[in-house]
Structures are given as C-alpha cells and as structure tokens.
Write a protein that binds this ligand. Structure first.
Ligand SMILES: NC(=O)C1=CN([C@@H]2O[C@H](COP(=O)(O)OP(=O)(O)OC[C@H]3O[C@@H](n4cnc5c(N)ncnc54)[C@H](OP(=O)(O)O)[C@@H]3O)[C@@H](O)[C@H]2O)C=CC1
Ligand SMILES: O=C(CO)COP(=O)(O)O
Length: 329
C-alpha cells in the first residue's frame, strides 16, 4: 500500500485525498486546525471544503501533527496555497524529505521569492528535481467531488515518478498522463490564474463572451512569450495541461480566480473580495510575482500588467480594461 502525506485541508487537498484513498492508498492528512481534524475523524467529512464527500477512516488518517504525517509517508502531496508553503514547510527538518517523492498540486509561486514551488522545495530540502513532480490539468475540486470525468497531467523530469503517480490517480472518472515539462506546466498553471482573474474583472464590468474569447486568445500568446523567455523549449500549448487549464479556469463557475476578479470588476476592494470568498485566489499573489519576474525579462505582458495595476496600484478596473481593449486584435 502506497503511503501518502496530504499537506493542506482545502478543496484541492480534499479532492485529491478522495481520489487517492478510494484508489487504495493510505493517506495521512495534515490540516492546520485541530477542530477540523476532530470533525473529520468524528463525521468522515471535511466540514469546510467539499463537505459532501464521505471518507473511509481505514484509509485516511487526519492529523495536525505535520512531522508525524510526513515521517510515515513515501509521497508528499503539497496542496496548501503558495502563500503559505514557506510557513508550513519551514517547520520541517531539512533532511526529512531526503527519501520521499514530492508532488506539488499548487498553482502559484512563493511570494517574495518569486520562484516556483518545486524550485523552492528543491532548494530548501536539497533535493534533485527528479524527486519532484507537479499535478496539473483542467480539474476543479468541485467536479471531482461529483465524480465528473476529469483529466490530470503529472509533470516531472522523472518519467518513472510521473507514471507512478499517474497510476495512483487513475480511476473510473480520472485519466492521468505523464509529461516531462515541469517548469512549463508550472508557469502556465500560475499564469492561467491571472488570466482567469482578469477575465472575471471584465465580466464584472459587463463585458461579454465576445470580449472574453479575444482576451483568452491574447492570453495564450502572452503565456507563450513569457514561458518561452524563461524556459525555451518546444512545447505544444494547446495540450490540456496548458490551454485546457486556462479555459476551465477562465470559464468555469467554480473558478476561485474568476469569481474573485468578477467581484473586483463589480467594485469590491481586494480586502472585501478576499473576505467574501473564504477561499484563496492564487492569481492575486501570482500577478505580483510574475510582474516582478518580468522586470528583468521585459516580455510584453499587457494582461498581467493590467491586472497588476488594478490589484496593486488601485487603478480603476474600467480604465485598465479599456486600455487593454485597444491592444487586442
Ligand atoms: N480548488 C481547486 O479546484 C484546485 C486548486 N488547485 C490549487 O491548490 C492549491 C490549494 O488551493 P485550494 O485547495 O483550492 O484552497 P481553498 O481556497 O479551497 O482553501 C484555502 C486553504 O488555504 C488554507 N489557509 C488559509 N489561510 C492559511 C494560513 N494563514 N496558513 C496556512 N493555510 C492557510 C486554508 O486552511 P484552513 O481551512 O485551515 O483555513 C485552506 O486549506 C492552490 O494552489 C490552488 O491553485 C489546483 C487545482 C484545482
Ligand atoms: O486550477 C484550477 C482548475 O484546474 C482551479 O482554479 P481556481 O483556483 O480558479 O478555482
């Protein structure tokens, strides 16, 4: 039986814990709140995220003791929002992860450091990238809870690691396939959140589907330019790990990023939108990281710049989207 440490108690951690445990893995599940752990042990449900999912307590082992959960596992799955990764992982001893395989399910960058989560983990725990992988693809946790057909991609420089984790995920409603473009997949997953957020802003301002289609088409070009500047190698951005994830996030009713953007477009402040959501829109943090990274690269990124001006420089959403409109073809 594979032993997995699920790190995080939010929607995506809950969806992945469901898939992995129902496929037969033993899932030690770290969440920060003792009350949430006790509730899960008592009722078999995560009370705040995907609360309809019932867990088999002979397969999942909730705990708020991070060291104990990590020690027992062969695999670590990181599923806390990127902004909290450092807080959580810095509690672990540097040697703890030496013999473990690490999968990040996070679609964000480490704020302040402006680096990918896999790069942070490799640096902090002195691990080769071949010990790391990323879960990507268009897949909302809410649809996993409903067992709707979904597709995941595991990106890793190690084909063996990627295939082994795919095997743990595949089931009646999840198809998983391996890819070797770790950096490209991770950067695109970060960027699609910024696009979805901007798409939500436009929707909140009253722009329709015609504008959104042009926004998303331009976004693909922006993603291509940026990812190529950072990591030039041939990649087909129409693959579901890239374009598919951009589409689902930009269009889905379940998207946190689109919902957050929509509130900004309708006139909410960042603070009030965050309070109302009670879930995390990674795009808010990603805009800052990508904007700062791009100060060196100087890639033309009109959509990211517009989002940055709105969220961090308090420029009116209506003005920024109006300016963006003139740049699109
Ligand atoms: N949701 C989805 O469908 C998908 C999400 N992802 C990615 O998964 C990652 C996790 O997101 P998701 O599960 O959606 O998160 P949610 O928005 O569902 O939940 C927020 C999570 O953040 C935690 N959190 C909030 N504040 C803190 C803090 N100060 N310190 C530590 N943890 C905190 C919450 O813990 P608590 O409950 O204790 O407050 C909770 O676990 C993100 O990178 C996201 O992009 C990827 C694919 C799909
Ligand atoms: O990454 C996701 C779907 O693939 C989830 O996106 P949101 O965080 O915007 O809900």
């Amino acid at each position: 039986m594979e032993k997995i440490a699920m790190i995080g108690g939010g929607s995506w951690a809950t969806a992945l814990a469901k898939i992995l445990s129902e496929n037969g893995a033993r899932v030690g599940w770290w969440m920060r709140s003792k009350d949430d752990v006790q509730h899960l042990q008592r009722t078999r449900h995560n009370r705040r995220y995907l609360s309809s999912v019932a867990f088999d307590l002979t397969r999942i082992f909730p705990s708020s003791d991070l060291d104990a959960v990590v020690k027992e596992a062969d695999w670590l799955v990181l599923a806390v929002p990127a902004a909290f990764v450092k807080d959580v992982l810095d509690k672990l001893d540097r040697d703890t992860l030496r013999h473990k395989r690490i999968i990040t399910a996070i679609k964000g960058m480490i704020p302040g450091k402006n680096i990918l989560v896999t790069d942070y983990v490799a640096e902090r725990f002195r691990l080769p990238h071949a010990q790391l992988g990323v879960v990507a693809g268009p897949c909302h946790a809410e649809e996993v809870a409903l067992e709707k057909q979904s597709y995941l991609t595991i990106g890793s420089p190690s084909p063996e690691l990627a295939e082994d984790f795919c095997r743990l995920l595949r089931n009646r409603y999840v198809k998983a396939h391996p890819m070797d473009d770790l950096d490209g997949i991770e950067y695109c997953a970060v960027m699609k959140n910024i696009i979805a957020l901007t798409s939500g802003i436009a929707h909140g301002l009253g722009y329709g589907d015609n504008f959104q289609a042009v926004l998303v088409s331009n976004a693909v070009q922006e993603m291509r330019r940026f990812v190529h500047a950072l990591n030039p190698q041939p990649r087909d951005l129409s693959a579901s790990a890239y374009l598919g994830d951009l589409l689902v996030t930009a269009y889905s009713q379940f998207s946190r990023n689109r919902t957050f953007g929509n509130m900004i477009g309708r006139g909410y402040s960042v603070k009030s939108a965050q309070m109302e959501m009670n879930m995390v829109a990674e795009g808010y943090y990603a805009v800052k990281s990508i904007h700062e990274l791009n100060k060196k690269l100087l890639v033309p990124m009109p959509i990211t710049s517009a989002a940055y001006h709105i969220l961090y420089e308090k420029i009116s959403p209506a003005v920024e989207i109006e300016l963006l409109k003139e740049k699109f073809k």
